[in-house]
Design a protein around this ligand. Sequence first.
Ligand SMILES: *[C@@H]1O[C@H](CO)[C@@H](O)[C@H](O)[C@H]1NC(C)=O
Ligand SMILES: *[C@@H]1O[C@H](CO)[C@@H](O)[C@H](O)[C@H]1NC(C)=O
Length: 332
Amino acid sequence: MSRSDISFTYLLLLFISAAVLVTTFYYKEESLGLQLNTNINKTKAKNNIGHGPKVIDRIIANPEEQDQSLTASSTSYKLVNNIRMEQRIFTQGLEFINNTHLIISGGLYQKSFIGILGIDYTNEIKIGQGNEFGAVLVSRKNIDNQYFGEGATIFKGLVYQLTWKQRKVLVFGLQDLILKTEYSMPADIKEGWGITHDNDYLYISEGSNKIFAVQIVNGQLKVMKTIIVTQQIGQNLDINELELVGNYIYANNYQTNNILKIDKNSGSLMKTFDMSQLYEINRQSVISKGDSFAYSWINNVLNGIAYNKNTGRFFITGKQWDFIFDVELIDQ
Ligand SMILES: *[C@@H]1O[C@H](CO)[C@@H](O)[C@H](O)[C@H]1NC(C)=O
Ligand SMILES: *[C@@H]1O[C@H](CO)[C@@H](O)[C@H](O)[C@H]1NC(C)=O
């Protein structure tokens, strides 16, 4: 090799190295850009769709792994009336007392209460196909500051209210909402989430795929049987607010807009009702008032299911929602 050949080779090598460096850097930038973009889009999706992050991730990561019964979710329900809340309530539990009044449980530390919500059916406003009525908190008893209120149900003439991590079950008189008894949650149940009942049992959820059938034995709450709700690999069930109608328990899956219909004996998941449209109506209402509607665990998620045996319809609401929706679930 001549001297000039050597310097030419060096130059060539230098050029190639430079080119490789520039290309590497360029692609790195590009992939970094793409990464950022993806993250931004994911964040948007979380805020818009109103499902919990866990659910979104599952759908993106593993579409084929979803439970068929959940995938075949249905929007088959009819919105009959809007019930406008006089004030926003961090709703944790809802159950009809009679056609016009409901027990409502409010959550959050230092703000939890048990109350009675009255529906004013005399002042109706026509809204499209349906009507709008007002809901007013007619009585309210704050519970101890250490407690975070959860689900509530009326069992043998008394109101049972769960507390979350404190795992106490508070029992009140139905008329006066005076605290009568306080039970400890059975050791099998890790947290208090949702509660309902039939003639024999209280049914309690803890934010898992289990529902516990509980009785009072020798002055203590005791788990008599555990209902395991059908769940497939990769599916996340955080069973929350409960409502029992006949042989079925209706439950909302926390941080989703889904209401599950569960066989109370076998735990089989019979049907999933997708209530995203109700979530959206409420979101629009909140935004129209200039209030923020950031999706977070603490706000806005669907919570609160009550069955009105006089109409055969359900009241559906959420945490801090402007409305309770009076809907007919169409079930075939
Ligand atoms: C992000 O969203 C925008 C508009 O919704 C879309 O055009 C774009 O392709 C998305 N980017 C990525 C990386 O998914
Ligand atoms: C319904 O329940 C409320 C609250 O307990 C009560 O004040 C009201 O009188 C009841 N209405 C009827 C028709 O029984």
